[in-house]
Design a protein around this ligand. Structure first.
Ligand code: SF4
Ligand code: SF4
Length: 372
């Protein structure tokens, strides 16, 4: 086992291969607070990539309702139970990752979901936890749930890649996207077991594994993935994330993840250094959120609740353009996004203009109703 540095854990960890970061890293930030659970992202992905026979249970993008929902069912709770105690000392993870507490015949700790687990893509949709006690208010609601948006994390240290005995899975140097070589794969399904997020999926008709490809044909034209661009709630922002210490605060991903630290990785304790980041929901119990997003949940929620002007402006740029925003700036009035060639892509006012129309419109001689 090699020693690699995982910045989510703030320590070195064991991994079957030497560490090697890509030239730039595919990343998405999800603002959980704004998701309406409409599944437009899910269907945009499905209509593009997984509509063929054998792909019936293959949902590269899914949106599940936490705390009870999950696809495949209980994907996370089963692994959390296997991992034992997962404790943090400040920002440093002192428990074991899925690469450090492994059975002798495996390279990665993991479980294989059953057919039943795969059979219900949106089980427990909209099912809340807790008890309604009359009036509920922030910071934590008595009765609560939230939507969790999920695709492949294009991890820096992928569990799927580590588990594959055929070396059929690789991480692209140019963008950090993790792909399955369809020629090399023999369908052993070690990746299905080794991916802690259960985003490597077996296709029985071809007997090989398929997974999210990050919509790389779009990214190569500086366009966002289908799930990102289609998002009705405008909760997603995609871009390129730098390694810590090498970030550029004008890059939206670097700002959200490294500067404002408002977006956090999902289950960092697994140890794969995932590259999807989440702005945690303001109303959910902090203990539950700490288990999902690590020890910095309270700080992230505080920054989201009371954003400075830069963060306030950047949050307005989510979902405003299909083109990847390479650089942003916030003026006194607007948030502005620029493309890779530094051309202005989009400009959004910080304060939405508010118009009050007179009840009587003399030009058309009509009385207007005040419709919400
Ligand atoms: S989320 Fe799973 S399938 Fe995707 S790169 Fe990470 S380990 Fe591999
Ligand atoms: S399209 Fe956007 S708002 Fe709708 S479920 Fe997906 S992430 Fe949530």
């Amino acid at each position: 086992m090699a020693k690699v540095f995982n910045w989510h854990l703030n320590r070195e960890m064991e991994y079957p291969y030497e560490g090697s970061r890509p030239d730039k890293q595919f990343a998405i930030v999800f603002n959980i607070n704004r998701c309406i659970g409409c599944q437009t992202c899910t269907m945009a992905c499905r209509n593009t990539w997984t509509f063929n026979p054998g792909q019936e249970y293959m949902w590269w993008n899914n949106v599940e309702t936490k705390p009870y929902g999950g696809y495949p069912h209980n994907w996370d709770f089963k692994l959390l139970e296997m991992m034992g105690e997962q404790s943090w000392n400040g920002d440093t993870y002192v428990g074991k990752t899925i690469f450090e507490d492994v059975p002798d015949d495996k390279r990665v700790l993991g479980h294989m979901p059953t057919e039943e687990d795969w059979a219900h893509p949106n089980i427990y949709e909209d099912t809340p936890a807790g008890e309604f006690k009359g009036e509920t208010e922030l910071p934590e609601h008595d009765l609560w749930m939230f939507y969790l948006q999920r695709t492949c994390n294009h991890c820096t240290y992928p569990g799927c890649l580590a588990a594959c005995p055929r070396k059929a899975i690789y991480k692209r140097k140019e963008d950090g996207i993790v792909l399955v070589d369809q020629e090399r794969c023999r369908g052993y399904r070690e990746c299905v077991q080794g991916c802690p997020y259960k985003k490597a999926m077996y296709r029985p008709t071809t007997r090989i594994t398929e997974k999210c490809i990050g919509c790389y044909p779009l990214n190569e034209q500086d366009l966002g993935a289908r799930c990102v661009v289609a998002c009705v709630g405008k909760i997603r922002l995609q871009g390129w994330l730098s390694a810590p210490g090498e970030g550029n605060p004008e890059n939206p991903m670097d700002y959200l993840v490294h500067e404002a630290k408002v977006a956090l990785p999902l289950y960092p304790q697994f140890g794969t250094e995932p590259n999807l980041y989440y702005i945690p929901p303001r109303w959910a119990p902090r203990k539950f959120l700490r288990q999902l997003f690590g020890p910095n949940v309270e700080d992230a929620i505080e920054r989201y609740t009371n954003p400075d002007k830069t963060l306030f402006g950047l949050l307005r740029l989510f979902g405003t353009t299909p083109t990847l925003i390479s650089r942003f700036k916030v003026t006194d009035d607007d948030a502005v996004g620029f493309d890779r060639a530094n051309r202005e892509l989009v400009r959004v006012p910080l304060d939405e203009p508010f118009f009050v129309r007179p009840e009587y419109d003399a030009q058309y001689d009509v009385q207007r109703l005040n419709e919400p």
